[in-house]
Design a protein around this ligand. Structure first.
Ligand code: NAD
Length: 419
């Protein structure tokens, strides 16, 4: 067991920054690299570009070097690729950032002589590490599996609980090209006493996608049941509670509502669908999971129209983040809802405790107000289940609840999307 490893992290977003902070906390020497100079500057100034519970505390306890200069990673034992794989036209993902990052790493490989492991942490279509990343790395004139190692180590953290999840993983999946690189990764993770599966690179890539597709399916499933329950006057939350006693089903990811957003589930399931279609297979179940999720986001607007005319009405939004505990608005349900409300001619006043700055970049034209001011609108939609929304006074209001906030049921007019 080595005392510490020299670890470089390429891409300092939600995954990279959290991984870097946690690996430093575990005693490793960490260098972060990002092409976003502004981000690097803020990190070096002790201001962190994302909100994650516990992250500031760790970062204030450890020393991490952050730079936009790839030369800083020469001499690393392990290099993690944590760049984004954002959605692209046609449903798959853009591999531009990971391609670019791999090229830069290849350049640095030319300079270092020691064996090091390059581990892909970004979520990528199966085959990417073998068919795209390794050939680029080998442009260094070094041989993968011999002069340097390659792993695919998917990340399973939940935003909002990312630090906890990194430090307390449920399992470790290590996709490895060569045994030596898998052994090194295992040593890096020696503090974690959890099930470990060592596999080949493309299986590791698929495990990540299949896991997220399964969670997405659970959510779309309960929303489908919820839409039926709504027609029949049944509270889906009670139904889910009853189902959850069955250990084969389990209670997690059975919260009916307006569906899943964020930077992972919607994108990852589309990535899996696109990949399947490229092979000539039509993954009908997954296609429906994704389609149902898109429709589900607009349920509150449909319900709202039953109660008021939207043209000229002031509509309040409680919550903009894609889920509580984060400032991330990527694929937040709020985005589709705001677009639909603007098209209908409504004026919008919105509140979120963390996500306003990120949402403002997408919708500078709407008003951002306190939660009390949101409650003064003609009608209110609850989009994110922030705990604080359970402490508001909803009496006399029109509330359309997308998330199941118990206190909101005291409203004059109350509608839940699936209950
Ligand atoms: P992010 O957008 O927050 O961060 C990506 C970072 O990479 C950005 O700071 C960007 O500037 C940087 N970058 C882009 N190109 C670069 C380059 N050539 N060199 C150096 N830096 C570069 O993304 P994220 O949410 O951290 O996700 C990263 C990957 O991990 C994605 O593939 C995502 O699907 C996956 N993932 C995300 C989560 C999550 O909860 N966010 C969880 C598991 C897996």
């Amino acid at each position: 067991m080595k005392e510490f490893w020299r670890v470089s992290i390429i891409g300092s977003g939600y995954v990279g920054l959290v991984a870097g902070a946690c690996l430093a906390k575990l005693g490793n020497k960490v260098t972060l690299v990002d092409i976003d100079e502004e981000k690097i500057k803020t990190i070096n100034n002790g201001v962190y570009p994302i909100y994650e519970e516990g992250l500031n505390e760790i970062l204030s306890q450890v020393e991490i070097e952050a730079s936009s200069d790839y030369q800083r990673i020469v001499g690393s034992d392990m290099i993690f690729l944590c760049v984004g794989t954002p959605p692209s036209e046609g449903g798959s993902v853009s591999l531009e950032d990971i391609t670019e990052a791999a090229k830069q790493v290849a350049d640095t490989l030319k300079r270092g002589n020691d064996y090091c492991v390059i581990a892909v942490k970004s979520t990528v279509p199966p085959g990417t590490t073998e068919e795209i990343v390794i050939p680029i790395l080998e442009r260094s004139r070094k041989k993968a599996g011999n002069d340097f190692g390659v792993c695919m180590a998917p990340e399973f953290l939940r935003e909002g609980k990312a630090v906890y999840d990194f430090m307390n993983p449920m399992r470790l999946i290590i996709g490895e090209l060569d045994k030596r690189s898998g052994d090194m990764l295992l040593d890096l993770y020696h503090d974690f006493n959890v099930p470990i599966l060592r596999t080949n690179l493309r299986t590791a890539e698929m495990i990540k996608l299949a896991s997220n597709a399964f969670l997405a399916m659970k959510l779309s499933f309960i929303n489908e049941i919820g839409n039926i329950c709504k027609q029949l006057g049944i509270d889906t939350h009670e139904v889910a509670k009853g189902m959850a006693f069955d250990e084969r089903i389990g209670g997690k990811f059975l919260n009916a509502g307006i569906g899943f957003g964020g930077s992972c589930l919607p994108k990852d399931i589309r990535m899996l669908i696109a990949g399947a279609q490229e092979t000539g297979y039509a993954p009908r179940l997954l296609e429906e999971v994704s389609k149902l999720n898109e429709k589900q986001a607009l349920k509150p607007v449909e319900l709202l129209k039953k109660h008021i005319s939207l043209k000229g009405a002031s509509i309040g939004l409680l919550g903009l983040a894609f889920k509580p505990g984060t400032d991330d608005v990527r694929e937040s349900r709020a985005i589709m809802i705001v677009r639909a409300l603007l098209e209908e001619g409504a004026t919008i006043k919105a509140y979120d405790s963390l996500a306003v700055e990120n949402f403002k970049r997408l919708f500078p034209q709407i008003e951002y107000v306190s939660k009390e001011d949101v409650l003064n609108c003609d009608a209110i939609l609850i989009i994110t289940e922030w705990e604080e929304f359970n402490n508001l006074d909803y009496r006399g209001k029109i509330i359309i609840d997308g998330r199941g906030v118990l206190k909101a049921k005291e409203a004059r007019i109350y509608e839940g999307v699936c209950w």
